[in-house]
Design a protein around this ligand. Structure first.
Ligand code: ZN
Length: 408
């Protein structure tokens, strides 16, 4: 009887012309949320990420809300999934810590294209509460500014239509039949074989959307008229893959720690993921031509990390000519970013641990004596973790690579 009364009250409340029925949608590329409750009177929606833990840690969420009363704020309450996920290379199961699901500021958009930060969310009990003043009857809100396989293809098409020195290619077709869009940048008549090659890839971990935006910033800088960018694209061949794990991104899954293992634990002699196998093939060919020069794998770090971060592998991986170049690259990064955090605890090649199968180690072992390679992590939980902030990081990485190649 009590429940019936509440239902009648809720029904009557929504007969009030000021109270509209909110509609929540996630049936689009990269969408993910399970709705736990909607309070139309206060425009409050409560969700939990809908990712399948077998397809990576379920911390990514992304939804659209329609029929909003634009004169009032919207409140989004996000619960963290209590699912057990693989805890990394050890394969032990652990509970996903909620901080990975709760950015200080979420991303929101009123057109699905331009993304802004919400004000800082407020942690209450077992959820994070975001308040948005949309000023619009439709609102997109997500863990971070989404970047989908369709966005990657459109971005590359846009650049290649404008700039003849940029060429689109398909890196691979994924296990679920999606194309992996890729970009090659090379200007002028200098033969390919005389050009050092740079390979930059992002999103081996699907949820780490910042990596794609960093790649976008790098590609946009290389398309522009900055003297250093022009020099670099005339001097080198630059390959950019803005989004490796297209399948888990498309379905709104986390990707990291997916079964049987994620993309960055797949750099084995026979990879499980076609995108990884294809990258290896390209990089091997560049190495056979003696010109595989710089490899960057773009990621986002842990929630508490607010500093530009890089993983530097053990010196034993380095070819003789690589070590001074590696150290110079790190110096240039410090000049560009002011402060960087280095993880210098790379494994030794003789020890076969799952860590061995990360991209950086594979590239250094299979490329040329002067090849350098890094995993670069850009903070996602800071005021600068916006599309503009990420793009600026991409531009900085471009400058660093140009300065390095100019001298070493
Ligand atoms: Zn990652």
């Amino acid at each position: 009887m009590k429940i019936v009364s509440l239902l009648i009250l809720a029904f009557l409340a929504c007969k009030n012309p000021r109270c509209q029925e909110l509609r929540v949608t996630t049936s689009f590329e990269s969408g993910s949320a399970r709705v736990l409750g909607i309070d139309n009177a206060t425009q409050t929606i409560r969700i939990i990420p809908a990712g399948d833990p077998k397809r990576g840690m379920p911390n990514w969420w992304n939804l659209r809300i329609d029929s909003i009363n634009s004169n009032k704020p919207v409140f989004l309450e996000v619960l963290s999934s209590g699912e057990l996920v693989q805890g990394g290379p050890s394969g032990n199961l652990r509970k996903l810590p909620p901080d990975w699901t709760w950015p200080d500021r979420a991303a929101y958009s009123t057109d699905g294209k331009i993304w802004k930060h919400t004000p800082a969310g407020i942690r209450e009990g077992n959820y994070m509460r975001y308040r948005i003043e949309p000023g619009s009857s439709t609102l997109w809100i997500a863990w971070g500014p989404p970047f989908t396989p369709t966005d990657a293809a459109a971005f590359i098409q846009h650049l290649t239509q404008k700039h003849p020195f940029m060429k689109a290619f398909t890196l691979a077709q994924s296990r679920e039949g999606r194309n992996v869009p890729a970009l090659k940048i090379s200007e002028g008549s200098k033969p390919d074989l005389q050009r050092p090659a740079i390979w930059v890839q992002a999103r081996q971990h699907a949820w780490e959307v910042g990596g794609s935006w960093v790649a976008v910033g790098l590609a946009e800088w290389l398309a522009g008229e900055d003297k250093e960018a022009v020099w670099l694209r005339r001097y080198a061949d630059i390959y950019i893959i803005p989004l490796m794990d297209v399948d888990h991104v498309a379905t709104g899954d986390g990707g990291k720690h997916a079964l049987p293992h994620d993309h960055n634990r797949d750099w084995a002699p026979t990879p499980h993921w076609p995108e990884v196998a294809a990258s290896q093939q390209y990089i091997r060919r560049l190495a056979e031509e003696g010109r595989m020069n710089i490899f960057l794998d773009l990621h986002n770090p842990a929630p508490g990390n607010k500093v530009q971060t890089m993983y530097v592998l053990d010196k034993t991986y380095m070819g003789k000519e690589a070590f001074p170049r590696q150290e110079r690259f790190i110096e240039l990064l410090k000049e560009e970013f002011g402060k960087i955090k280095q993880h210098r605890n790379g494994p030794k090649p003789s020890v076969a641990t799952p860590e061995e199968l990360v991209s950086e180690a594979w590239v250094l072992e299979n490329a040329n004596p002067n090849t350098i390679g890094f995993c670069i992590e850009t903070p996602w939980n800071a005021p600068k973790s916006t599309t503009a902030g990420y793009r600026a990081v991409g531009e900085s990485l471009g400058r660093v690579m140009g300065k390095l190649l100019y001298t070493l």
